[in-house]
Design a protein around this ligand. Structure first.
Ligand SMILES: Cc1cc2nc3c(=O)[nH]c(=O)nc-3n(C[C@H](O)[C@H](O)[C@H](O)COP(=O)(O)OP(=O)(O)OC[C@H]3O[C@@H](n4cnc5c(N)ncnc54)[C@H](O)[C@@H]3O)c2cc1C
Length: 451
């Protein structure tokens, strides 16, 4: 029997080869510049499907990879089986324990909506359209990170189909070594079928974003860097220089402009949030001021990340503490007067809870970072291999005194940058992750990392 026939007789969901009509839709990623061409695509409809798929793959020695939303699809899958989780949605909430049971295909928007009914919220990322599992496996930094830490700190248990085809629970009490690895170690451990995730009590925030026009950018950035040194850990913020195209979907006052967006999220008394944010307002006139008391369920409006699929190229990492020298170097490299092929260049303030590990320890990399940097390229795939990598190198060269040697995997630019995979965890963590992979996947059924 061929691999496809074996899978079709073992799995309830669709099993598709490259010649099947729905194949390209099944393997389509949110990042449309990445086109996956596996040997077979399998649409999972249950945990049993995942277990059956793994048993067939293990017997055939065929590698297995997982596609959820495809937000992290930077490198195409060109062999083996691609298991897709989009049919495995569904979130249930236990308000008494504040635990959300999240199935593998769910995106943050689904959890945010279900949690809000109970006055609860997940510690999620900037975009509510990203998949919960892929994001949390990489740690996850969001608009509330300084207050609540990495999202993986809130993971309480995973259900995982390991290479043996067994379904196991990984939690503080069951398979704790696998639990440690899944909280930030990202890939190469198995197919996660669900996640138990602790929610926080949060119905409102003081937050949002303000936009400064090009003449205010230098002042706004310098003020932001100084101001971040004064903030309590109940406040998280970021800035981004956005070079916005003159297109209809961009709100009129921002269309075609180079602007600085300053984002803020404060957990606590809104009057205190307003007082804390005042130094940013004092920089001068804003094009838009949308910082106010807001429902926690509207958290994705703070960053307003694009939701629709499209071609994407990004690179990011971590920075050490910032100072006036950084502001000068950054403005010379990326300020509004420079021609750079990046639609967004973002800095996020870390610290507070991001720098404290959970009591039982976890694999996530990046606790030493004080800020993140992130560059999103002009979304033209003809630039992705040619123009954007050297432009990113050129932009980063003068910033090297502040670039941290450690990064975190969700920011590592899709493993395209040599060395970024290894730099995504402290050395001892990287070595321990390899040991856990060798225990749970001795024959590398779930390849992960640069090829
Ligand atoms: C617009 C945008 C905004 C973002 N914002 C943030 C942010 O604020 N903070 C942050 O930390 N990151 C952010 N990211 C990065 C994002 O967290 C990663 O790209 C993450 O990998 C996306 O996960 P996914 O499941 O949605 O994507 P996918 O590309 O489908 O999955 C990525 C990887 O996750 C693993 N994976 C997914 N599901 C499973 C599963 N069920 N079992 C085993 N492995 C699995 C696989 O290794 C897979 O290759 C953002 C990315 C984009 C494009």
């Amino acid at each position: 029997m061929t691999l496809i026939d074996q899978l079709r007789s073992s799995v309830a969901g669709p099993v598709l080869g490259p010649d099947d009509a729905d194949f390209s839709t099944e393997v389509a990623a949110w990042n449309t510049a990445t086109v996956h061409t596996p040997e077979v695509a399998v649409g999972l409809t249950s945990e049993e499907d995942a277990a059956a798929l793994v048993r067939v793959a293990a017997a055939a020695g065929t590698p297995v990879r997982v596609l959820a939303s495809g937000h992290g699809s930077a490198v195409p899958v060109t062999d083996g089986i691609l298991a897709t989780t989009s049919r495995l949605t569904g979130v249930t909430i236990d308000p008494a324990t504040r635990i959300a049971h999240i199935n593998a295909g769910s995106r943050w928007a689904e959890v945010i909506e279900a949690a809000a009914e109970h006055g609860l919220a997940p510690v999620a990322g900037a975009s509510d359209n990203v998949g919960c599992i892929g994001y949390t496996l990489g740690g996850g930094l969001g608009p509330l990170s300084r207050t609540y830490g990495f999202s993986s700190d809130w993971a309480r248990g995973f259900r995982v189909v390991t290479a043996s085809g067994e379904v196991v629970t990984a939690s503080a009490t069951e398979n704790p070594d696998l639990f440690w690895a899944l909280r930030g170690g990202k890939g190469g451990f198995g197919i996660v079928t669900s996640l138990d995730f602790e929610l926080v009590e949060l119905s409102t925030l003081y937050g949002g974003s303000v936009f400064f026009d090009a003449p205010q950018i230098a002042d706004a950035l310098a003020t932001w860097v100084d101001w971040t040194h004064t903030l309590p850990e109940t406040a998280t913020s970021s800035v981004a220089i956005l070079r916005l195209p003159p297109l209809e979907f961009i709100p009129e006052p921002l269309r075609g402009k180079t602007v600085l967006s300053a984002r803020f999220a404060f957990v606590g008394d809104p009057a205190e949030g307003e007082r804390l944010f005042q130094p940013i307002r004092d920089v001068g006139p804003t094009i838009i001021d949308a910082v106010a008391e807001m429902p926690a369920a509207a958290i994705a409006t703070i960053h307003n990340d694009p939701r629709d699929p499209g071609p994407g190229w990004d690179r990011g990492g971590l920075l050490t503490d910032l100072d006036a020298g950084f502001v000068e170097a950054f403005l010379s490299a990326a300020g509004p007067d420079q021609q750079v092929p990046f639609i967004a260049i973002e800095l996020r303030h870390l610290g507070g809870a991001t720098q404290r590990d959970v009591p039982e320890g976890s694999a996530v990399g990046g606790r030493s970072g004080a800020y993140t940097y992130f560059m999103a390229g002009v979304p033209d795939p003809s630039l992705f291999e040619t123009v954007l990598p050297p432009a990113a190198d050129a932009l980063l060269t003068p910033l090297q005194p502040w670039v941290s040697s450690e990064t975190t995997i969700n920011y590592a630019g899709g493993l395209k940058v040599p060395g970024s995979y290894e730099a995504s965890w402290p050395k001892e963590t990287f070595a321990r992750l390899a040991e856990v992979r060798a225990t749970y996947d001795p024959n590398t059924l779930f390849p992960y990392g640069p090829a």
